[in-house]
Design a protein around this ligand. Sequence first.
Ligand SMILES: C[S@@+](CC[C@H](N)C(=O)[O-])C[C@H]1O[C@@H](n2cnc3c(N)ncnc32)[C@H](O)[C@@H]1O
Length: 252
Amino acid sequence: MEVVPSPNIWYYPDAYERENKAQDVEGDIWAVLAENVPMAGKDVVDVGCGAGFHLERLAATASSVTGVEPHPPLVRRAGRRMAGNPKVTVRKGTAQRLPLADASVDVVHARTAYFFGPGCDPGLREADRVLRRGGTLVIVDLDTRHRPYGDWMLADLPHYDPDEVDEFFAAEGFRCHRVRTRWRFDDPAAMESVLRIEFSAGVARRAVAETLRINAGRDGSDLFLPVGYRVLVRDKPAGLIHSSVDGSPRMP
Ligand SMILES: C[S@@+](CC[C@H](N)C(=O)[O-])C[C@H]1O[C@@H](n2cnc3c(N)ncnc32)[C@H](O)[C@@H]1O
């Protein structure tokens, strides 16, 4: 698992900022996080933090937040965004090599983190290394099973197998919460500018046309798009666990 190119945010950071503002307008993902991943007073790391969009919200309750991002222009952008917030630090690094000490954080959070999927074992081990006992790894990603957005994703990802992805995370001990959200755009131009950075030209044309159809007959110029997410949660055992090899206790 190396740095995975992210053409959307790497090449179109302003449109990606618009996308982040459009996402989860009713706070459904945050509600699932509040219920399953307590962050109040905790030390949190946001892996693949991009331009740092979620850092301030995480820092609203957390004790400290470290944003980790491999792409230097985004490290700088996130650093500028959070300058002056004493709770937040931004550092260059990757999921498989976090610039953090062993057992130094309570929550590892990664959002729209397609670098976490089958084959990401080094990143999962690294998260376990930096987590304290009882800490939590939470991965928030788009759900290709949710229509219509999932269909558009799959049209561009012919080798992506939703069953394989679900089986991988289940085998790794994650609980999966499927969350239905809505994205909201101020007008059709904003919607189009976002969908164009997410999909190939043909799929983007289809996505724009379907989104206009979904919103046909609505009053006003704003548009809504239903988008599903998976919130994957894995807790690190809090105390002694039993080794499967000889049954003797060992430290997690
Ligand atoms: C789609 S963006 C999401 C950014 C941010 N989490 C957000 O929600 O605004 C994915 C980010 O993951 C970063 N990334 C790619 N490969 C990575 C890796 N191996 N470890 C950590 N971050 C990675 C990219 O540079 C990019 O900033």
